[in-house]
Design a protein around this ligand. Structure first.
Ligand code: AMP
Ligand code: MG
Length: 349
């Protein structure tokens, strides 16, 4: 399939290209578009045939639900009811990286919700994304625009790499501002529950509801017999080609442990990648080092995470050793993605 690509900026929008892309959405095609979290692979959320194509092209398991993206605050058509708490969250955090799980209305096909009676819904802050949704006049179902299992795309070049020739249109913008997927909160029961940490942190959510809590499933390694609330929770995710190991604990001990492990790998003719930070990179004696940015700026670390994981694919390393981050604020989302990419292979020092 021929993929049309149009690169623009949020500050210099190509309205013609967005209009063309919205025509693709209207006739049931696939459009990749930028959002502030990661790039999305979008289709008309109300059109089952269009939504099926998302699953096919990504190789996404059929029981992994999609999030729908809207450009209008009135979501009453798509959900059964909007509890008071949902109004508060929408008012405070939309447009932005917060997805609400609500009971779906009948116009949302079960293909979109992967058989669930609930639907994830969010309004992105990226202007290109909102313009596309507005022009399309339908909610856009969109998971991340990568082949299932790979690190999410935070730059248009990642989308071209994974989906070029497989979608009708790719709209490119700046690289994603947040760099990890939206925070997902379940608003269908009394207290709101975080199903996936993201750019809107638990600390921020507590300002709206002090009882907000993390779902048990994201706090620990999934057990073999684990039955997740959201089907997506059970898959290994965000993974580069090489296995990832996280070294966790005191920073000096971490550096020493990584240096020791690198030497052992090199002795057995293995190529090693090190996911480091600006403060630590100079302490590593060998290995292929990628810095995520400064530890002083956790937002940058999040922004660079997925691109760094993809860089190791290009370097063709056999194993990746990563430093860890404190699980507070945005650090909780970063560690959640890192642990999943490592399949929970964590070495405590
Ligand atoms: P992504 O594939 O990056 O778009 O992530 C979408 C994720 O949102 C899925 O993997 C699910 O974990 C979660 N999700 C979407 N819809 C629902 C829902 N109705 N209930 C629970 N989780 C959901
Ligand atoms: Mg994804």
């Amino acid at each position: 399939m021929e993929t049309k690509v149009s690169i623009m900026s949020e500050y210099n929008i190509d309205y013609e290209a967005i209009k063309e892309a919205s025509e693709v959405i209207k006739i049931g095609g696939l459009v990749v578009f930028p959002t502030e979290t990661v790039y999305g692979l979008g289709a008309n959320a109300l059109n089952e045939e269009a939504v099926k194509k998302i699953f096919e092209v990504k190789g996404r398991p059929q029981d992994n639900p999609l999030i729908i993206h809207v450009s209008d605050f009135d979501i009453s058509e798509y959900v059964e009811e909007i509890p008071e708490i949902a109004y508060k969250l929408i008012h405070k955090f939309w447009p932005g990286p917060l997805t609400l799980i609500l009971k779906k209305s009948n116009i949302i096909p079960y293909t979109t919700s992967a058989g669930l009676d609930t639907i994830g819904i969010r309004m992105p802050s990226n202007v290109i994304a909102r313009e596309l949704i507005r022009e399309s006049k339908v909610p856009i179902a969109a998971p991340s625009a990568n082949i299932s299992g790979r690190p999410s795309p935070t730059d248009v070049k990642h989308c071209i790499e994974d989906l070029g020739g497989k979608v009708n249109y790719i709209l490119g913008g700046e690289s994603s501002d947040v760099g990890v997927e939206s925070t997902i909160v379940d608003c269908t029961s009394e207290n709101i529950c975080i199903l996936r940490p993201g750019g809107i942190t638990i600390e921020m959510l507590k300002e709206v509801d002090k009882n907000v809590y993390y779902d048990k499933a994201i706090l620990s390694k999934p057990k073999d017999n684990f039955r997740p609330k959201a089907p997506g929770m059970k898959y290994r995710h965000y993974a580069p080609k090489a296995p990832v190991k996280i070294i966790c604990g005191d920073l000096q001990k971490t550096i020493a442990k990584i240096n020791e492990m690198v030497q052992n790998y090199i002795d057995s003719n293995k190529r090693v990648g090190i996911m480091a930070t600006d403060e630590t990179r100079h302490y590593y004696k060998s290995g292929n080092i990628v810095s995520l940015g400064s530890r002083e700026n956790i937002d940058d670390i999040g922004k660079n995470l997925f691109a760094a994981l993809r860089k190791f694919d290009d370097m063709d390393v056999d194993v990746i050793l990563s430093e860890a981050f404190e699980e507070v604020g945005f650090g909780a989302a970063i560690m959640n993605r890192l642990k999943k990419s490592a399949g929970f292979d964590i070495i405590q020092v």
